[in-house]
Design a protein around this ligand. Structure first.
Ligand code: UDP
Length: 195
């Protein structure tokens, strides 16, 4: 697939199927990859937030989350086959996780939300291994314990739902320590899953 430069954010022009395959490749190769789902709001934030922009420019994959991102690519004259929404990408990965044996950690959202999302996921995707949950409200002193929890759970996929740009900055800061093959900033996805 090609990468389209939208206001200095490199967005992958790929289908949902291709995005899922790419993420699974990162897992199989134990890449320590950072994945972002770029909607118009994130791309606008990246214009005035240089740290966020740098994270997106160095992320292993930025998918087009939102009609605005796809529209912008088309407006610039590039092909962009479809919208790859973070929520949908997560569902597709969870669906295939049982047969692949992918282990998933839910990190973020208000207390109780990640647990509810885990219960929902276990009903929707029988056999899925949600190997840890942790809410997204913490202080700097809590961080070593959170990092330990994630490390010990040994997930293949870490979903970070702390909001933009907190989740991207947190993942970037701790990616080496965490050593997770794939980390994805997923915004409100756990809230939606919890219902
Ligand atoms: N959140 C969190 N910790 C924080 C701030 C926010 O866990 O310090 C969570 C919040 O509870 C919500 C998610 O981050 O579940 C952000 O969702 P939103 O839909 O606002 O995401 P965005 O629009 O930023 O992608």
């Amino acid at each position: 697939y090609q990468t389209v430069n939208i206001l200095n954010v490199p967005v992958a022009a790929l289908t949902m199927r291709e995005a899922v395959a790419q993420v699974q490749r990162f897992i199989d190769d134990k890449e320590n990859a950072l994945i972002a789902t770029a909607n118009a709001e994130m791309i606008m934030n990246a214009q005035h937030d240089a740290a966020l922009r740098e994270i997106l420019q160095t992320a292993e994959l930025v998918v087009p989350d939102g009609a605005g991102t796809v529209w912008a690519a088309h407006h610039l004259g590039y092909e962009m086959p479809e919208r790859v929404a973070g929520y949908d990408l997560v569902q597709a990965l969870l669906k295939e996780a049982p047969k692949r044996g992918d282990r998933v950690f839910f990190f973020g959202s208000a207390p109780g939300i990640a647990e509810s999302a885990k219960n929902k996921a276990e009903k929707l995707y029988p056999g899925v291994q949600i190997v840890g949950v942790r809410n997204g409200y913490f202080t700097a002193e809590d961080e070593p314990e959170i990092i330990n929890e994630i490390r010990e759970a040994k997930p293949d996929i870490l979903l970070a739902a702390l909001g933009v740009p907190k989740q991207e900055k947190w993942l970037k800061k701790y990616r080496e320590e965490l050593g997770v093959p794939v980390s994805i900033g997923v915004g409100g996805t756990l809230d939606v899953m919890a219902g």
